[in-house]
Write a new protein. Structure first.
Lengths: 110, 116
């Protein structure tokens, strides 16, 4: 059965800390891995990764994929209270079906 | 505001009933995706339509069906509702048939369904 596992389930840090969120997967016919941020309501798209070893960056957020070890990490540097959210990882497989992890709940304290 | 609209915002109904959730994608977007988010199962992909045609199916129950109309709005029909169908239902839209790293998928605000 296709599976996406995120860790940790939740995390509390202080402003200015750096955090690393993990996403591992076991799927048939991997196509891409996606990261989303979900604050109060709807998710917002962060990154889509298809190739191993190529870092995607957006401001203080960056992500990388390892297709050999079947995982991805999402790094957030110099965290701010506005980074508090649930971070979702999803894998897109070749049937164009998305499989989501349960998410990591991040809380950043002032 | 993502530009994706969903109606209604909230819906309370009884077991056994049938409901229709509506989604209007962003102007110019041809793809519509439906997702279900419940407390115990997290976010789950249900179905994807592109320009009126079904493109991918996820964990969508047989009691659920969807369609995308010529004006590109989409409806998700849920029938013979059960308590476990209570969830937040999101619709998302994007321009192309297949999501790429250059293309964002925009989510609507969701419809919260409560089945009593």
């Amino acid at each position: 059965e296709d599976k996406v596992v995120q860790s940790p389930l939740s995390l509390v840090v202080h402003e200015g800390d750096t955090v690393t969120l993990n996403c591992s997967y076991e799927v048939t016919n991997f196509r891409s891995l996606l990261w989303y941020k979900q604050e109060k309501k709807a998710p917002t798209f962060l990154f889509m990764l298809t190739s191993s070893g190529i870092e995607k960056k957006s401001g203080r957020l960056s992500s990388i994929l390892d297709k050999k070890e079947l995982f991805s990490i999402l790094n957030i540097t110099a965290t701010q209270t506005g980074d508090s959210a649930i971070y979702l990882c999803a894998v897109l497989i070749y049937t164009y079906k998305y499989i989501f992890g349960t998410g990591t709940r991040l809380k950043v304290l002032a | 505001d993502s530009g994706v609209t969903q109606t209604p915002k909230h819906l309370i109904t009884a077991t056994g009933q049938r409901v229709t959730l509506r989604c209007s994608p962003r102007s110019g977007d041809l793809s519509v995706y439906w997702y279900q988010q419940s407390l115990d199962q997290g976010l789950q992909f249900l179905i994807h339509y592109y320009n009126g045609e079904e493109r991918a199916k996820g964990n969508i129950l047989e009691r659920f069906s969807a369609q995308q109309f010529p004006d590109l709005h989409s409806e998700l029909n849920l029938s013979s509702l059960e308590l476990g169908d209570s969830a937040l239902y999101f619709c998302a839209s994007s321009v192309a048939e297949r999501q790429t790293s250059q293309e964002t998928q925009y989510f609507g605000p969701g419809t919260r369904l409560l089945v009593l």
